[in-house]
Every structure is written in structure tokens, then in C-alpha cells.
Design a protein around this ligand. Sequence first.
Ligand SMILES: CC(C)(COP(=O)(O)OP(=O)(O)OC[C@H]1O[C@@H](n2cnc3c(N)ncnc32)[C@H](O)[C@@H]1OP(=O)(O)O)[C@@H](O)C(=O)NCCC(=O)NCCS
Length: 208
Amino acid sequence: MTVRLILRRDADAVADALTAAFLDDPVMAWLAGHDDRARRSVTLRAAMFAPAVDAVLRTGQGYAVLDGDRIVGAALWNPPDTSFFTAEDRPRIGDAMAAHAAPGAAERMRSLVLAMHERPFPDSTAFHLQFVGVTAAARSGGHGARLLAPVLARCDLDGLPAALESSNPRNVSFYRRLGFEVLWEVTPDGGPPLQTMWRPPRPAPHRP
Ligand SMILES: CC(C)(COP(=O)(O)OP(=O)(O)OC[C@H]1O[C@@H](n2cnc3c(N)ncnc32)[C@H](O)[C@@H]1OP(=O)(O)O)[C@@H](O)C(=O)NCCC(=O)NCCS
């Protein structure tokens, strides 16, 4: 098992792994709107994870976990004071949702964005976790924690906070173990709740 930076040649494998990992995620399933898992998978890959992998190749803050030479999970981060999806990404995401998601996708997407922006994070200097996912067969072996370790260590070294929105209440205990606390919960109109979580910087032992 190895954790390493995501490279351009990994793009398809990372998009595949994240699509599989999020297939039954409450928020992603609601967003795609399909009961049929094959259609949900096509929607999430085209509208969410292919654009997200391209975005993380720009930020340079993506990590993959490999079992042998197979990518089984990934964590995509946005560094402080930057936008993850750019103005050029938004039409691509909107078009892919319109092409593949169940009817009403634009409204669901709008209410998700509105809910997530309802209350701002305490400050803008956080590393923001956009997505972390491990394929179902590879879960519960510590890969999720290992995937987040490099950026959390960097946060501690630089004295920076980390932030995320958990799209599944089941994950709250996982994030708590890594030092995150729930700030509040937001619920998009007609959708499932998300827990907004925050991790204050911890003192790094080797910080000067
Ligand atoms: C959350 C996730 C990345 C953790 O990866 P992992 O490799 O299983 O993580 P670890 O082995 O380090 O930790 C296990 C913890 O993950 C959480 N978890 C969430 N869903 C899980 C699942 N289906 N199976 C196992 N663990 C799960 C639990 O908190 C678990 O801790 P617990 O055993 O005390 O309940 C992974 O479960 C996953 O990809 N889930 C689906 C996608 C997702 O929810 N991503 C995060 C969105 S905010």
C-alpha cells in the first residue's frame, strides 16, 4: 500500500475510484437523482469526479492510495485562498448534469451550493477537503486516514486549519479521530444534511 501525489497519468483511475467510492453517498446519490446505479455512476463521473480530478491537478494537492499498482482511493484538497472549481469548470459541470442526471439537477445543484455557502468557515486560510473516497472493498483498513495524513501534517507544520463538509453522517467519527469537530449542519432544500467540520491547527513538534 502506497500513498502518493496524484499525477496527470492517474486522472482516469482516480476519477473511476472516486466515482465507485461515492456511488452510495447520500448527497451524491441525491444530486444525480437516479435509482439506477449505472446511470448514477455515469452522472457522477462526468459531472463531478472527472472535473474534480482536473481541478486537483491544478492545485497540486491530490493524493492517491494504491494497492499494488491499482488506485483504490483518493483525497482531493483545495489550498487556502483559492477556488477549486473555476469559472470554466462550472459550465462543464452544468452541461454534464443536464446530459446525465435525473430531471431537476440544476435545482438540486443550486440548493446544495446555497446550503454550503449559508455560513462561511471561520476563516479562509484552511486547506479544504473537497473529496476523499476509498472503494468499498478497500475500506476500514486505514486508507482513508493515510490519504488525509500528508495535508494534515502540512497544516500542522504551517499552523493552518483544515475544513470539510461531510456528505454522510457515518463519517463524522472518522473525521473526529483526525482532529475535526462539527461546526454546524446544513441541509439543501429537499436533500440530505451535510456536517460542516473544522480542524484547528495542532502544534507540530518539529515547528521552529
Ligand atoms: C470515509 C472513507 C474515505 C474512509 O476510508 P477508510 O479507508 O474506510 O477509512 P479508515 O479505515 O481510515 O477509517 C474507517 C472509518 O471510516 C468511516 N466509514 C464511513 N463509511 C464507511 C464504510 N462504508 N465502511 C467502513 N468505514 C466507513 C467510519 O467512520 C470508519 O470508522 P469506524 O469503523 O469507527 O466506524 C470511506 O469509508 C469512503 O470512501 N466512504 C464513501 C465515500 C465517502 O463517504 N467519502 C467522504 C465523504 S465526506
